[in-house]
Ligand binder design. Structure first.
Ligand SMILES: CC(C)(COP(=O)(O)OP(=O)(O)OC[C@H]1O[C@@H](n2cnc3c(N)ncnc32)[C@H](O)[C@@H]1OP(=O)(O)O)[C@@H](O)C(=O)NCCC(=O)NCCS
Length: 178
């Protein structure tokens, strides 16, 4: 997969599957986005893996028949990452779970929109998949709006899904039939 597009700020961007050699930059990216927002499950420490461990994760996605880990690049810089994860377990292999983040300086340029569009199109074409699920912090209105734009429906709330500095945050659970 290699999708080229222009962001609405006129940047030439490309979206492709991440590969092992991206590992160092992925770890740096996760520290940056983790420090830029508290809506994610990670903070400025990122995921605290070493390069070999990150390479293994990327490689597992790359070799998986359906799951995907995609990055959006402007020049050589990773500006967004989305993961699309499908279990191999027989009774839940029709479900994909999705997560997306964009570096703050590239917000509102339709990059998150494009990443979701690609993953949804991919899911629609894959006969094994019937549903995409996600969990989003209930006060993350930008992300909720992004998901609603793509047709995701709210199905319920998971209380106290995140605990941050002693305060609890609920998660909205959303789904899309594909
Ligand atoms: C949520 C996030 C992925 C959106 O990415 P983005 O590239 O900035 O979003 P886009 O420019 O593609 O916007 C697409 C739609 O999302 C919604 N949206 C995005 N940013 C928004 C904002 N600040 N306020 C309101 N709606 C917003 C809108 O519906 C927008 O459509 P519109 O431009 O026609 O109004 C990005 O803000 C982000 O990475 N946030 C931090 C990480 C995060 O919260 N990830 C989701 C975890 S579940």
């Amino acid at each position: 997969m290699n999708v080229e597009f222009k962001t609405n700020m006129g940047h030439q961007a490309s979206i492709r599957e991440l590969i092992k050699s991206d590992a160092k930059q992925v770890l740096e990216y996760l520290k940056i986005v983790g420090g830029e927002t508290n809506y994610l499950l990670i903070d400025e420490r990122g995921i605290e893996l070493n390069i070999n461990e990150e390479e293994d994760i990327i490689d597992r996605y790359f070799k998986h028949p359906i799951s995907l880990l995609i990055g959006c690049f402007i020049g050589d810089e990773i500006v967004a990452i989305a993961n699309f994860t499908v279990s191999d377990k027989l009774r839940i292999r029709h479900i994909a779970k999705v997560g997306v983040s964009v570096k703050k300086k590239f917000w509102r340029q339709k990059i998150g929109y494009k990443m979701m569009e690609i993953l949804i199109d991919y899911a629609k074409k894959n006969h094994q998949l019937n549903i995409i699920q996600l969990a989003v912090r209930a006060d993350n209105f930008s992300a909720i709006s992004l998901y609603e734009t793509h047709g995701f429906k709210y199905v319920g709330t998971m209380p106290k899904a995140m605990k941050l500095e002693g305060k609890f945050y609920d998660h909205n659970l959303m789904f899309l039939d594909v």
